[in-house]
Design a protein around this ligand. Structure first.
Ligand code: HEM
Ligand SMILES: *[C@@H]1O[C@H](CO)[C@@H](O)[C@H](O)[C@H]1NC(C)=O
Length: 321
């Protein structure tokens, strides 16, 4: 009997370490964080996201990208939402962000609704993280439970935004390095890139590919050339997934298998390299893509959150209190 209880105790300790040790970065996040302090928070966010996405389907994509650019730059702390002032330089003017990021007004709307019912309680970083889940669901993708309790930064980093966000002109090995620097495997990177099943990119970011690259379907390249001429039209948008641009499905991966990736970085995932087989798997199984995407996006949302007494709960997502 003594043997068994000792054994059980060690087993419990082991399980405890397994559960809490593995997720130490997010140990203080919990899905019921606002249960007593702002019980209507999740409903309000979902309603506002549904309204915004039904008004403009692309908004779901824009919010998803905003979360990525927040989390990859010193963690998911809403630093990307801070406006520049005369005495403060934020991340909005970083190369990957300027004239590109969208969705700030949707976050502002949600924030003011939440300030009206539970002031200074729900962080901008959590609003954005929940809005991403609701956007993906609104566009037909998978759902997942969102860990909550992030707080908002009182700083931002232009240089980190320029350095830590991958470029669409990178080759596979550099993309793998960028994601590995944030703790992601190549497989998780492929799942996260499935985000490009929704949203758009501008001509200047895919022009070189549609005129000069060989691993692109010529019918597809020709159709893009009419919206993206050799000179001019830099800001003309094209869907990242031409098949179903506002549906969160696995068509992005089917496109890659058919050499119909829009940007150089997209097609790098299926170009005879180490990630080809993962792309093929996702192109054949939406369920596998959904499962891996949900796990990877939760992991991304758990990158270095501010918790406890770190940071603050901004009352206006665009500026520190
Ligand atoms: C290899 C890594 C990645 C690169 C090089 C990349 C690059 C880009 C670029 C250049 C654009 C178009 C920007 C513009 O036209 O101004 C874009 C759009 C987008 N990206 Fe990525 N991205 C990457 C990974 C991700 C990840 C991990 C996510 C989400 C988790 C994501 C979500 C999106 C979405 C949803 C859009 C469309 C946004 C909209 O329509 O407003 N991307 N990406
Ligand atoms: C390119 O796509 C078209 C369909 O739009 C298809 O008929 C054609 O076979 C593809 N080209 C190649 C080389 O696969």
């Amino acid at each position: 009997m003594a043997f068994y209880s000792q054994c059980y105790c060690i087993l419990s300790l082991y399980l405890y370490l397994l559960v809490f040790g593995m997720s130490s970065a997010s140990a203080q996040l919990s899905s019921n964080f606002y249960f007593s302090t702002c019980p209507r928070a999740l409903t309000i966010i979902r309603t506002a996201v549904n309204n915004a996405v039904s008004k403009e389907h692309r908004m779901g994509a824009s919010l998803l990208r905003l979360h990525f650019h927040d989390c990859f730059v010193n963690g998911c702390d809403a630093s990307v939402l801070l406006d520049d002032t005369s005495s403060f330089t934020g991340e909005k003017s970083a190369n990957p962000n300027m004239n590109s990021l969208r969705g700030f007004d949707v976050i502002d709307t949600i924030k003011s609704q939440l300030e009206a019912i539970c002031p200074a309680v729900v962080s901008c970083a959590d609003i954005l993280t929940v809005a991403v889940r609701d956007s993906v669901v609104a566009l037909g993708g998978p759902s997942w439970t969102v860990p909550l309790g992030r707080r908002d930064s009182i700083t931002a980093s232009l240089s980190a935004a320029n350095n830590d966000i991958p470029s669409p002109f990178m080759d596979l090995s550099d993309l793998i390095t960028v994601f590995s620097n944030k703790g992601f495997t190549a497989k998780e990177m492929v799942a996260l890139l499935g985000s490009h099943t929704i949203g758009q990119a501008r001509c200047l970011l895919f022009r070189d590919r549609i005129y000069n690259e060989a691993n692109i379907n010529s019918t597809y390249a020709a159709s893009l050339q009419s919206t993206c001429p050799t000179s001019g039209g830099d800001d003309n948008p094209a869907p990242l997934d031409a098949t179903s641009p506002v549906i969160f499905d696995n068509a992005y991966f089917k496109n890659l298998v058919n050499n119909r990736g829009l940007m150089h970085s997209d097609q790098q995932l299926f170009n005879g390299g180490s990630t080809d087989s993962q792309v093929t798997t996702y192109s054949n199984s939406p369920a596998t893509f959904y499962r891996d995407f949900a796990a990877a996006i939760v992991k991304m949302g758990n990158l270095s959150p501010l918790t406890g007494t770190n940071g603050q709960i901004r009352t206006n997502c665009r500026k520190i209190n």
